[in-house]
Design a protein around this ligand. Structure first.
Ligand code: PA5
Ligand code: NI
Length: 187
């Protein structure tokens, strides 16, 4: 019987993945045109400021039914004007596919929007587990002063649909108002 070491390891304290097959991608301020409410301020910030990074382990072909993918995302602390650094957010291409997020470190908010554009948010803190149902767009904002790190697991046939959010955005934004975070729908 062959006993193997795994190809990928997860540091359960930091949420980080290591292994040759782990993919890494970074989103800098310059990559996030029109994502934040105040595009003028975003354009005036240093383009090479890192907003978030994602590690992904895709053990099967993307689009294959029945497989699972695993990720680690880090959203750095910061704001564009009074809007927290956050991920672009997306629906899944294969619309009715769910996903788990769980927070490893930091403080944040998971912003969820259903197909009728109804918004809700869940607080993220170490150990919070978030079930994101199918047909629900998801985005994460860092409301704290340190890194916000979360892991994710999603079906290999989910895909990412960014177009809907690029075209119409979310129907609410998480802003810092008088030192507190507030989900603002009327902007
Ligand atoms: O699969 C997911 O939902 C996550 O791994 C996200 O892709 C990640 O957090 C980055 O967010 P986005 O894909 O919206 O840029
Ligand atoms: Ni997703």
């Amino acid at each position: 019987m062959e006993i193997l070491n795994t190809k990928v390891n997860l540091n359960i304290s930091t949420g980080r993945l290591t292994g040759e097959e782990v993919l890494n991608s970074k989103k800098f301020i310059k990559d996030l045109k029109d994502v934040f409410l105040n595009e003028e301020v975003r354009g005036s910030l240093a383009g090479d400021e890192l907003v978030y990074e994602v590690q992904a382990y895709l053990p099967v072909e993307e689009g294959k039914q029945g497989g699972l993918f695993f990720g680690n995302s880090t959203v750095y602390p910061g704001r564009v004007d009074n809007e927290y650094y956050m991920t672009r957010g997306h629906f899944h291409e294969n619309f009715d596919t769910a996903e788990y997020y769980w927070c490893v470190q930091g403080e944040g908010m998971l912003i969820l929007m259903d197909e009728d554009r109804n918004i809700r948010a869940e607080k993220m803190q170490q150990g919070s587990l978030h079930y994101i149902p199918g047909k629900v767009a998801h985005r994460v904002a860092n409301t704290g002063t340190g890194k916000l790190v979360f892991n994710a697991c999603w079906p290999s046939d989910a895909g990412h649909n960014y177009k809907e959010i690029d075209d119409h955005g979310f129907s609410a934004r998480l802003l810092e108002i008088n030192g507190k975070s507030a989900l603002i729908t009327e902007i």
